[in-house]
Each structure stands twice: as C-alpha cells, then as structure tokens.
Design a protein around this ligand. Sequence first.
Ligand code: IPD
Ligand code: CA
Ligand code: CA
Length: 259
Amino acid sequence: MEKWIEKIKDILKEAHRLILDSMKESLTIETKSNRRDLVTQVDKNVQKFITNQLETLFVNHKVVGEESYTGSIDLNGHVWIVDPIDGTANFVKQQKDYGILLSYYNDGIGQLGFILDGNTGDIYVAIKDQGVFVNDKRIDIKQNLSLKDSLISVSVEGLFIRNYGQKISSKAFGIRYKGAAVQDGLMVINGQTGAFLALQSGPWDFAAHIVFAKELGLKCLKLDGSNRQANDHGFCVFGQEEVCRELLEIVKGIDNENC
Ligand code: IPD
Ligand code: CA
Ligand code: CA
C-alpha cells in the first residue's frame, strides 16, 4: 500500500505543477450549470492526466472525474473519485484557495483520501484504519469544540439563499468561508474551524472528506443526520460531532419554519 500512496502523491504533485504552469497561459473559461459554475481547460487537462495515470497503475479500477461525470457513480468494485480542481472559481478569480481532491473506495468503503492544498502544495492523506498524515507527519484533532466556541464555514447558498446565516452567526463564535470544499475542509482538518456546511455539492466535493472524517473522529453528515456516502450530492456538514449536531438542529429548525 505504501508504495502506491507514494506513487499517487507523485501524480498529485505533477498535477499541481500542471495547474501552476497553466497560470502563465490564458484560460479558456466555460460555464456549466450557471454563470458561477466554471470549468477551464486546466480542469479538463488535469482530470485527463490523473485519470490516465491511475488507469495505467490500476487496470481493473474505475476512475470517476467531475468533468466527465455522467449522472451516477456505481461504487461496486475499485473506484477512484477525482475533483481535478476544487475551487475553480477561486482559481480563475484569485489564483489561490483551490486544490485537488482524490479518493479511493472499494465496494463503497473509503480506503484512501487525498487532499492537495493548491496554496502550499501540501498533500494530506487519510489511510483507512491508519490515520491522517500531512507530508508524512501524523495529525490529530482536539475533539472539544462546541458551536459557541467555533468558527464555522457556511457556503454562500447556506448563508443567504436558505437564510441560515443570521442564526448560525448568532450561535457560533464566527463565520469564515473560503469558497472551496478543499480549503473549507482543510480548516476543519487543521482544527481552525469546527465545521463546514455546504448546500450544493457533488460526490467529488466530499468523497475524500468522508475518509478523513472516519480517521480523525469527525463527521460528514447529510441533512437527516445520517452519514454521507461517496456518491451522495447536495447538503453536507463536515466537522466535529457536537458542532455538526448543533448546526443540524439550527438548519432543520429554519427549514421547518419555512415549510
Ligand atoms: C465547488 C466548490 C464550492 C462549492 C461548489 C463546488 P468546483 O467546486 O467546492 O465550494 O460551493 O458547490 O461545486 O466546481 O470548483 O470543483
Ligand atoms: Ca468541487
Ligand atoms: Ca472541480
């Protein structure tokens, strides 16, 4: 396993180099579901690169990438899920606060999660039953936060469209939002925030986070409080258990009021 992990880290480093080199070129920017949902030639090239590398290494594995997603993920067998650039809007507008998300599942059970931080090049790895490592150093989280002492990331849709903002900011210590599942997730993993709540997400936005959650004693939950699965879409709260539970109570209360 270790040999493969090192190989995959090399693939991610090379993919990051492709992204950094692309900043010297002009971007071809297209929109997908709406004017804020962007894709560039860099997303497509990086996905192609990672997919080709994984398919060469593991001939009988499936690789599912955001930019070639066809509407569902069959988790039977060996499945890799890749988001070649998470935070494309940040990449286009700010040239920072993006990253790469990659995970490996076997029959629906998360085996490996990788998060490459585009700002630093650091690679975080979650290994089933072994823990989480950043640049080979083990990390742990102090599991003692409650909502009133926590900074919380909430997506813009959560803050304004569902109107969770006022209630959450009155109960939490404060709100911080980076605008990419990779960066908002890393704030949780690094113990800087208590949780990250997102409304609109694809499987690739949280498939790696699920593996990290398991290894760090965190939660990755759906609106009904059940565990998110790798092929789920939509609402997700990722973070410390107590904080996630308190947030779920708040959002369910608001959703019920609005019914
Ligand atoms: C997006 C980011 C963003 C979230 C969107 C995602 P993308 O990913 O993670 O935080 O609000 O739902 O789609 O499109 O940049 O890979
Ligand atoms: Ca994404
Ligand atoms: Ca993406």
